[in-house]
Design a protein around this ligand. Structure first.
Ligand code: ADP
Length: 349
């Protein structure tokens, strides 16, 4: 994958600093008000009943705070958390061993849960439902199925791809929350908080500028803040103003909306090479030399949020807004064509 300054996916440089910036309790977690309120009610009720919290599925683009929420749930429930990920659990035995080692009330966090293999996933079903798992001992004629007990636990699953989760797994979660990109006030609060914790002198306009270019994604905003801080230290007097932030981010090729050269290339490819689309995901991926999964999980959600790109049954389309942003003339023929793309099966035209 191409290394981008604006990717929501964790990069090497984020790992050392994120620990200190991660909100630890629900009241420190900025934004996502509905999710927070529902979680807080659910956790309170579970605590009153002395039960573990219901299994939760969190989904949304990378960097929006899914792992952070899982840790907060454990902290608020005064429980231990065990962190793993779909691709890390390769065999059914690995899953069985993780489950049987959980203590009562523990939180099990599985990131990228859509990437669990089918057989591994099936071990989870009875564990989630009735805290047990059946395990086959021995081979051939002497094989015996035994039932093992699992302590009552809370599974927190995270995924960037809700649609890729199998329906039986989906159904076993008590609640499903979709995390959305953060709005400007929430992004500003996040930048302010991070600047305070890391001791970066920053004025109000500096905060606004970084927040605006952070793609509605806390991880990106925190990363931009670090880069701007370096710039301020070396090229200015150490404090971050709107001007310093704008100069530093222009140097990093992050534009006013948080788009970088790759977003630009993607939109231009659709506009210039494919006449505005529709163009299929695979074709697009090959044209810009990027993996289709990365395009889908990392680039597209934010471009769709801005209204620059649309997914239609026949492929990706660059919108009128995208043309305006790229300062290209919007072809008159698209004005007539695009509405029909939305008719569903694409038939008729
Ligand atoms: P995900 O698991 O969705 O990829 P993370 O939970 O790892 O995202 O969040 C990335 C970073 O963004 C965290 O380390 C934290 O510093 C910051 N962050 C995420 N959500 C929030 C929030 N609501 N308030 C403040 N900071 C946040």
């Amino acid at each position: 994958m191409t290394e981008r300054i604006v990717t929501g996916t964790a990069r090497e440089e984020d790992l050392s600093s994120e620990g200190g910036l991660r909100p630890r309790r629900l009241d420190e977690y900025i934004g996502q008000e509905k999710v927070k309120e529902n979680l807080s009610i659910g956790m309170e009720a579970a605590r009153q009943r002395g039960e573990p919290f219901d299994h939760v599925l969190l989904y949304g683009p990378p960097g929006l705070g899914k792992t952070t929420l899982a840790r907060i749930i454990a902290a608020e429930m005064e429980a231990n958390i065990r962190v793993t990920s779909g691709p890390a659990i390769e065999r059914p035995g690995d899953m069985a061993s993780i489950l049987t080692q959980l203590a009562a009330g523990d939180v099990l966090f599985i990131d990228e849960i859509h990437r669990l293999g089918k057989v591994v996933e099936e071990i989870l079903y009875p564990a989630m439902e009735e805290y047990s798992l059946s395990w086959v001992m021995g081979k051939g004629l002497s094989a015996q199925s035994i039932n093992l007990k699992v302590e009552p636990f809370t599974l927190v699953g995270a995924t960037t791809r809700y649609a890729m989760l199998s329906p039986p797994l989906r159904d076993r979660f008590g609640t499903v929350y979709r995390l959305d990109f953060y709005d400007q006030p929430a992004m500003e609060a996040i930048v302010e908080r991070s600047a305070r914790i890391t001791g970066v002198p920053i004025d109000r306009e500096g905060v606004v500028e970084i927040a605006r270019r952070g793609r509605g994604t806390p991880r990106v905003a925190n990363r931009l803040l670090r880069r701007v801080r370096d710039y301020a230290q070396v090229r200015a007097d150490g404090s971050v103003t709107a001007e310093v932030a704008a100069k530093a981010l222009a140097l990093l090729q992050v534009d006013r909306l948080g788009l970088d050269e790759l977003d630009d290339r993607l939109l231009r490819t659709i506009a210039e090479k494919y006449d505005g689309g529709p163009v299929g995901l695979e074709t697009l991926a090959a044209s810009i030399g990027e993996e289709s999964d990365t395009i889908m999980d990392v680039y597209e959600p934010y471009l769709m949020k801005l209204g620059f790109l649309a997914r239609t049954p026949r492929g990706r389309v660059a919108t009128k807004l995208a043309y305006a942003h790229l300062e290209l003339d919007y072809p008159a023929k698209l004005d007539r064509q695009q509405p029909s793309l939305w008719e569903g099966d694409g038939g008729g035209s």
